[in-house]
Design a protein around this ligand. Structure first.
Ligand SMILES: Nc1nc2c(c(=O)[nH]1)N[C@H]1C(S)=C(S)[C@@H](COP(=O)(O)O)O[C@H]1N2
Ligand SMILES: [Mo]
Length: 325
């Protein structure tokens, strides 16, 4: 498990740590207002981004920053975020996805949306791009293994999809299924997991505006190793809830049987909210190592409840989160 440091090797202090809180917060409000003032350019950005996406991997996918949903933490370098990955369909080493995922064909690509919905639909990538305005959102991503990154994603709230397919009254959960094609994904020939990779959310979780249908990162279309052409990002949950390269989205009555929960139910619960007070059976979850920031293997940061996304707390009111881990 080797960690590549950012090219310049400089670890800057975080504004939230070196600035008194009230100064820090007024600065944040200022940045927010600046961004709101420039919303008029949004339509132009959208046009540009659709053009660019058609060109495929490495193409630009510009989007307007949504400051209300963006962390101010220093961003992980694009190099680290694209070369230190978990995507077991391409191998279990952190460097495997970057090395192997070039065999994934991301066009043509369709996502079937089905199950307990009034309007089932199959959407291709162009339709997904046109579905709602693209936003850039800088999210913390906390892996269950104890490391974290800060990544500027491009996409829109998954709620935009929910609105359009009109779930029936029976829809209580949403299940996300990743492509599982041995020809394109060497890891699918191994038995590390029971493929396809399946993840799931309760429908109110999926409807929370923070849950991001993601098509890009760092202003580009998603690199294959990060889940091209479309994935979900659920920033208050451990990273494995954020399924990559999605081909099917199913609305269900029953709690989905997720790949990690089936593989090790005592270690990976359905909810898997980031929670410093509930340890993994084999290690503590109280702290984390920010990739590119800390020295090799040391966990210098305290892990925050819900990864710092306190907005979501009301989704779990009255639930014992030690039981529903
Ligand atoms: N299909 C699929 N999705 C996946 C995984 C995987 O192995 N297969 N790994 C998960 C884990 S453990 C993490 S931490 C994140 C990593 O996302 P990133 O590589 O874009 O940072 O993807 C998640 N989504
Ligand atoms: Mo992870």
């Amino acid at each position: 498990m080797l960690i590549k440091r950012s090219p310049n090797g400089i670890d800057l202090p975080f504004p939230s740590e070196i600035t008194p809180r009230h100064v820090f917060e007024s600065r944040r409000d200022f940045i927010r207002q600046m961004a709101v003032g420039s919303i008029a350019s949004g339509a132009l950005l959208e046009m540009l981004s659709r053009e660019a996406f058609a060109q495929g991997a490495g193409a630009k996918l510009p989007a307007k920053l949504n400051p209300a949903y963006s962390a101010l933490d220093k961003q992980t370098s694009q190099k680290d975020a694209t070369h230190y990955n978990n995507f077991y369909e391409f191998g279990t080493d952190k460097s495997d996805p970057a090395e192997n995922a070039h065999t994934l064909r991301t066009r043509p690509w369709t996502v079937a949306i089905e199950g307990e919905v009034k309007k089932p639909m199959t959407l291709d990538i162009d339709s997904l791009l046109k579905l709602a305005p693209l936003e850039e959102r800088v999210y913390r991503l906390r892996c269950v293994e104890g490391w974290s990154m800060v990544i500027p994603w491009v996409g829109y709230s998954f709620a935009e999809i929910i609105k359009r397919v009109e779930p029936t009254g029976n829809a209580k959960y949403v299940e996300f299924t990743t492509l599982a094609d041995r020809k394109q994904m060497p890891g699918v020939g191994t038995r590390v997991l029971d493929w396809p990779y399946v993840e799931g959310l309760r429908i109110d979780e999926a409807n929370h505006p923070l849950a991001l249908l993601t098509l890009g990162m760092y202003g580009d279309v998603l690199p294959n190793q990060n889940g091209a052409p479309v994935r979900i990002v659920v920033p208050w949950k451990y990273g494995f809830k954020s399924a990559k390269s999605i081909v099917k989205i199913r609305f269900t009555r029953d709690m989905p049987r997720t790949a990690w929960n089936r593989a090790a139910p005592s270690e990976y619960g359905f909810y898997s909210n980031v929670n410093p007070e509930v340890d993994h059976p084999r290690w503590s979850q109280a702290s984390e190592r920010r990739i590119g920031e800390d020295s090799f293997l040391s966990r210098k940061r305290k892990t925050l409840m819900f990864n710092g996304y306190n907005d979501v707390a009301s989704l779990y009111a009255g639930m014992d989160l030690k039981k529903w881990f």
